[in-house]
Design a protein around this ligand. Structure first.
Ligand SMILES: [Zn+2]
Length: 272
């Protein structure tokens, strides 16, 4: 089996609890230390983005309840992308909450089969989860006055999804972005890839989309994308540290450079 790395997975065996915290307005971080899960609270119930591993779900439950919310009020479960560290807990979370599961086209088969059809990670498997709605690029997910927009940002997986929406904080309205993943994982082939022939074009499209998005509130599938640990320490001391438009642009630029360098390298060598 190809090893999923820290870039994608965090530590599969030691995913630690992390204090739940408000990110801005009605958006809360309820994930573990390494795996980000977000709760968007509305008067008609809540939206969750990412379930983590099955083992992460109890940590999410503790985090949600520590904020005074109830798991049974989670109505919709979304995902960043169909790798085990973000969706292996979907079946358990769906069972626990009765939430509807919405998935971007390209990742729905992987979630419904519990891991089949992934690029590269051929043997990674988890509990299959019914998908209630398959999303297309630009689809809106609405609940209780909140409207999240699903942007298809493929490459990392075929249905990798970046979530963007307006968040009200006090009198301000800001643009939130949860990046699905811009990462070219170790072992990914960007040239002559028989299993995922369009992968390089997909990544290129993803960076075009990410650069086009207005972003104030910079979030991602792993806290590591946006420096969550350091920002969390600054919480309450000054302005909201998660509002970081410059950090967003710099991160996307850095990841695009890494993608272009890897693509050029692999095209030149034409071998791993
Ligand atoms: Zn991943």
């Amino acid at each position: 089996m190809v090893m999923l790395t820290a870039m994608c997975l965090g530590n599969a065996n030691g995913d630690e609890p992390f204090p739940a915290h408000c990110v801005a307005g009605n958006v809360y971080y309820v994930g573990s230390k390494a795996l980000a899960t977000y709760l968007i609270a509305t008067p008609e119930g809540h939206i969750l983005i990412n379930s983590g591993f099955e083992e992460t779900v109890p940590l999410i439950r503790v985090a949600v309840e520590s904020l005074g919310f109830k798991m049974r009020d989670v109505k919709i479960l979304l995902a960043s992308h169909a790798h085990s560290d973000h969706v292996a807990g979907h079946a358990l979370l769906k069972e626990m909450t009765g939430a509807k599961v919405f998935v971007m086209r390209g990742d729905e088969g992987v979630i419904e089969s519990g891991g089949e059809g992934q690029y590269l990670y051929m043997t990674s498997r988890w509990k299959p989860c019914k998908v209630d709605r398959v999303l297309e690029d630009g689809d809106e997910v609405k609940l209780g006055g909140v409207s999240l927009v699903a942007r298809r940002t493929p490459g990392h997986t075929r249905g990798c999804t970046t979530w963007t929406w307006k968040v009200s904080e006090g009198e301000k309205v800001c643009d939130a972005v949860v990046i699905g993943s811009p990462n070219v994982n170790p072992g990914y082939r960007l040239a002559e890839n028989k299993d995922y022939p369009e992968i390089a074009d997909d990544f290129a499209k993803t960076f075009a989309v990410l650069k086009s998005l207005p972003c104030d509130l910079f979030l991602g599938a792993h806290g590591e994308y946006y420096g969550m640990l350091a920002k969390h320490e600054r919480l309450g001391r000054d302005k909201n540290p998660f509002v970081d438009p410059d950090g967003y642009r710099a991160y996307v630029e850095l990841k695009e450079k890494a993608f272009r360098a890897t693509r050029a390298d692999q095209r030149a060598k034409k071998s791993p």
